[in-house]
Design a protein around this ligand. Structure first.
Ligand SMILES: [Zn+2]
Length: 438
């Protein structure tokens, strides 16, 4: 039953809010386009202040208390590329729940192959185009207009909604959501539920993501003249043995494991291992001299599932590398950690998932698919630093278009997701006496 208000909530109020979203269709599209036109490319982190202020003005217009938060003390926060986040606080009586809607406004570089201006925000055949159209400037517009439509409908929430626009999600989120969590601006003390409108589309709620372990394996050899390699020891040859050992000794074990977490695509329910980079020998690509490579580094990207403990994941790697090293007395290998992100998952049966599911059923006429992400996003910081376990992703756009040329978002999906977010907020925050109908 599309566009019928949720049965659990007074239909007049929900109906008025949904009508306000529909009436704001052009404004939502225009604001998304405005966001796309600010080229917040990361790296290096361009135009963050402009975009934060654009969002801040909207948040203020939606009745929120706006604060700009710079990532003071972090090395990536520089005079040339300041890391500026924006947080809007809703009012509320404090009796009911506080909800935080968060979107990152950084985008990856446009890359090649565009047939439209990546920073033009063109609208054509019911789709809006540009870098960030899916990931995730449409999501930020949806979050803001969900709250603005509740205000325009004259509904007073008992709880409150905070909205933030944050930086650097594409590079780990440390100056963005992690910074807001670390400074206590987002924490379990001031937030009961968090929704991140990442582009999972109108029919999917993302309840969590797999873990990440990035590590380097470094092989050290001995240099010699390239015409007499037997006088040295090639670190690249040693790395070749390491790579083969991972391929034959670890990959089959990973393929035999499977998570209960509903990761999509299905193949990503299994843990995985990717070699992100191999760097060895001489760095210069043009001029070469005949030398045996005395150093080679491979960077591995191991994705793990909640059923694997990080300690086991790390030990499995170290054991394998130690075995390869022991096979040859001259071989010297070390393992160095780069980054660890633990898997996260909203608690099963979370009221947040229930509210979003009810809203999807109302607007889309079907149950949402509950999915999990093969990669990570800012949910990790909400959960791990902020201590907010009730956090999910739900928003417009298509993951398959994220980071691609001609990235776009369907306008109907954008409006539908805005309606779903509005209904979910109504259910979670609750509402006072109806000033319109009494
Ligand atoms: Zn994103």
């Amino acid at each position: 039953m599309p566009n019928q208000p949720n049965r659990a909530m007074p239909p007049d109020r929900a109906g008025r809010v949904l009508a306000q979203v529909e009436a704001a269709r052009e404004e939502i599209v225009a604001f998304t386009a405005e966001l796309i036109r600010v080229p917040t490319v990361n790296p290096p982190g361009e135009a963050y202040r402009d975009c934060a202020e654009l969002i801040g003005r909207r948040l203020r217009a939606a009745g929120l208390d706006v604060q700009y938060v710079e990532a003071e003390g972090l090395p990536e926060h520089t005079a040339e590329h300041p890391r500026v986040n924006v947080v809007g606080r809703g009012g509320g009586t404090g009796v009911r729940k506080r909800i935080h809607l968060n979107g990152h406004f950084d985008v990856v570089p446009p890359g090649q192959g565009w047939t439209v201006d990546p920073f033009g925000g063109a609208v054509r055949d019911g789709r809006i185009y540009g870098r960030g159209a899916s990931d995730m400037k449409s999501g930020i517009a949806a979050a803001i207009f969900a709250v603005e439509s509740i205000r325009r409908a004259g509904v007073d929430l008992e709880g409150a909604v905070d909205i933030s626009g944050t930086v650097d999600e594409e590079s780990g989120g440390f100056a963005g959501v992690a910074h807001l969590c670390r400074t206590g601006l987002i924490s379990a003390r001031n937030t009961d539920y968090a929704i991140i409108p990442e582009p999972f589309g109108p029919d999917r709620v993302c309840v969590g993501h797999r873990g990440v372990y990035w590590f380097d394996v470094v092989a050290r050899g001995r240099t010699a003249h390239g015409s007499m390699p037997h006088l040295g020891r090639s670190a690249i040859d040693d790395m070749g043995v390491v790579l083969e050992a991972f391929r034959t000794g670890l990959a089959p074990a990973l393929a035999s494991r499977c998570s209960a977490l509903p990761v999509v695509p299905e193949a990503s329910r299994r843990p995985s291992l990717n070699v992100n980079a191999v760097v060895g020998g001489q760095a210069d690509e043009v001029v070469q001299s005949p030398c045996v490579a005395d150093r080679c580094t491979a960077t591995f990207d191991r994705r793990f599932i909640p059923e694997e403990s990080f300690d086991d994941v790390k030990e499995e790697v170290e054991r394998l590398v130690a075995r390869v090293e022991a096979e040859d007395p001259g071989r010297r290998l070390t393992v160095a950690d780069r980054m660890v992100v633990h898997p996260v998952q909203a608690p099963p049966g979370s009221p947040l998932v229930t509210a979003l599911s009810n809203a999807v059923r109302t607007i889309r006429g079907r149950d949402p698919a509950l999915v999990a992400s093969p990669g990570t996003y800012d949910q990790k910081h909400f959960a791990r630093i902020g201590g907010i376990r009730h956090c999910v992703a739900y928003g417009p756009g298509e993951l398959s278009l994220a980071h691609q040329a001609d990235e776009s978002c369907d306008v109907d999906d954008l409006v539908a997701c805005t309606q779903v977010l509005a209904l979910a907020v109504l259910e979670l925050a609750g509402f006072g006496d109806d000033p319109v109908r009494g």
